[in-house]
Design a protein around this ligand. Structure first.
Ligand code: NAP
Length: 536
């Protein structure tokens, strides 16, 4: 009888973004043989790819950084409350260097297939160049927003000028001086891009399909005194992030919108509109995201702000969303975004009124006229959450394809495991708590590390979610989504992407309960010796 070959690695991690890097660090600490495969030429994931003008945090920098190393926390100094992409990428590189992570990362290595073999209880991955590697555990750290999608508009390849998707922005600076520039898309990315380039371009035309609610970021430099306070206060701040609903520093108001007088409500909205970050979204009254009437009060408030900030009231009305309430899609935070539309060199085209018919060699043709451009920027978003899974051919027990299994939406156990995909562990996959993402990443990585440690200690070589475990978690996630206004709206959060075939029906792709509840459930599974899993 042939001996079962020993896998090349204990664990393979796909992706060298924030989750892949921390997972590598943790598994190496356990003395395991680990290799990370990364498609890009360097570390950083989201922050490596999204180099578009104006890309920056909208979680407070200090609440976003890794919390696992006290030394790192004391060494690193964020320059702004919401750091820009170049600084964040420098930070991630600093982390990779400090902990010597690069030596276990293979760059320029896109994984195309991952196949489970029952005999050896291991995964074999194939890279784009055809090379193969195998490992006992396979950890996906491929990100919920990492597969960019271009708009399905005819003639895209005909355009003779320069065109870029924001998530595939060139490393060299793009010169906008005197250029006629188009931006398609007004999500968080489009808004950051528009407000940043409006002062640099010759002329800017924004093509908006759906107006989005946005609120002020109120960024600022961190002075020395604040820096010292931040560094001294890290333990308390992270403790606070652990307690809040979505791991941000903002705590939901315990009151409902109608538990206060009209004047108090208005004053509260005014205060939140003037404060830094996501407070107006997640530090607001506890019912604005579940109660239509409560939501209408904040939507009405922000609509009034837009009318005050935009001079031309026809333009202001176009910028006010009509088909969804405030905060029911991921809220973009902005810096003088609305004021951009007061500039003479900026035009807003509502493509619901005058749809884009095609891209032409010279620019963009709508039902109204042809616009000529030197540069077209596609800020058209991502095939979110499941898109990066669809791009890799994952084959589980007996050749089962993950794509087939998830045809009607993802089915997972704790958002981490899938039945018939033993030893595959997902970080920030479908059905996990996202929120302030590094906080969620650190928790999930620690949980996965604990499970692998347990398996090794007990000599287990096969870990699999049961059908019952998957059904109960998937049902739970679905139930939690009921009543959330966000689940009644088309957006990447409900799995919608108009540019991807088969992604026009809303699904429950995200866990929408609280992060503390998510962690309590996962902790309980670990405390009971992972007895809900099929272990052998
Ligand atoms: P997005 O929110 O999905 O926005 C895509 C935009 O492109 C929407 O305005 C969409 O219009 C438009 N669009 C897509 N296809 C189109 C087409 N064929 N024709 C015309 N318009 C089209 O994507 P995103 O702005 O890249 O943001 C995605 C997520 O990334 C955010 O929600 C956030 O979670 C994350 N992000 C974070 C930061 C940060 O932390 N600072 C910054 C940027 C992004 P419709 O609305 O009509 O579909």
């Amino acid at each position: 009888m042939e001996a079962t070959p020993i896998p090349d690695f204990d664990a393979i991690i796909i992706g060298a973004g924030l989750s892949g890097l921390y997972q590598l660090y943790r598994l190496r600490e356990q003395g395991l043989k680990v290799r990370v495969f990364e498609a890009g030429t360097d570390v950083g994931g989201t922050w490596y790819w999204n180099r578009y003008p104006g890309a920056r945090f909208d979680s407070e920098s200090y609440s976003y950084g890794y919390s696992f190393s006290k030394e790192l926390l004391q060494e690193w100094e964020w320059s702004e409350h919401f750091a820009g992409q170049p600084e964040t990428l420098r930070y991630i590189n600093y982390v990779a260097d400090k902990f010597g992570l690069r030596r276990d990362i293979q760059f320029r290595s896109r994984v195309t297939t991952a196949v489970y073999d029952e005999d050896s209880r291991s995964w074999t991955i194939t890279l784009e160049d055809g090379s193969r590697v195998n490992s006992r555990f396979l950890i996906t750290a491929i990100g919920p927003l990492s597969t960019p999608t271009l708009p399905n508009i005819a003639g895209r390849d005909d355009f003779k000028g320069a065109s870029f998707h924001t998530a595939r922005w060139p490393k060299e600076p793009v010169d906008f001086a005197g250029k006629r520039v188009a931006v398609i898309g007004t999500g968080a990315t489009g808004i950051q891009t528009i407000q940043t380039i409006a002062g640099q371009v010759g002329h800017l035309t924004v093509f908006q399909r759906t107006a989005n609610w946005a609120a002020p970021l109120h960024n600022g430099k961190i002075d020395a005194e604040t820096q010292a306070k931040i560094k001294a206060g890290y333990p308390e701040m992270f403790a606070r992030c652990r307690e809040t609903f979505a791991c941000f520093i903002h705590t939901t108001d315990p009151r409902g919108a109608f538990e206060v007088s009209d004047e108090e409500r208005e004053a509260n909205y005014e205060r939140l509109y003037g404060e830094r970050g996501f407070g107006i979204w997640i530090g607001n009254f506890n019912d604005i995201l579940i109660d239509r009437k409560a939501n209408a009060t904040i939507s009405d408030f922000v609509a009034r702000k837009i009318r005050q900030r935009v001079k031309d009231q026809t333009v202001a009305e176009k910028l006010i969303p009509r088909n969804h309430g405030f905060g029911t899609r991921r809220l973009p935070l902005e810096t003088l975004y609305y004021e951009v539309y007061n500039q003479d060199n900026v035009e807003l085209v509502d493509i619901k009124e005058t749809p884009i018919e095609r891209i032409t060699p010279k620019g963009i043709k709508t039902s109204d006229r042809e616009y000529e451009f030197d540069i077209i920027i596609y800020a058209t978003g991502f095939d979110a959450i499941t898109g990066s899974f669809d791009k890799i051919d994952f084959r589980g027990v007996g050749g089962t394809r993950l794509k087939d299994k998830w045809k009607r939406g993802p089915e997972t156990y704790l958002g981490i495991m899938v039945h018939e995909f033993p030893n595959m562990l997902m970080l920030m996959g479908p059905h996990t708590a996202l929120g302030n993402i590094p906080r969620s990443i650190e928790y999930s990585v620690d949980w996965v590390t604990g499970l692998i440690e347990f398996a090794i200690e007990k000599g287990l070589t096969r870990l699999e979610a049961t059908p019952d475990g998957v059904k109960s978690w998937t049902d739970h996630v679905r139930e939690l989504g009921e009543g959330m206004l966000s689940n009644e709206v088309d957006s990447w959060m409900t799995g919608i992407n108009s540019n991807v075939e088969g992604k026009q029906t809303r699904i429950v792709a995200r866990y929408s309960g609280s992060a503390p509840a998510y962690r309590a459930r996962c902790d309980d599974v670990a405390a009971k010796g992972y007895a809900e899993l099929r272990l052998s």
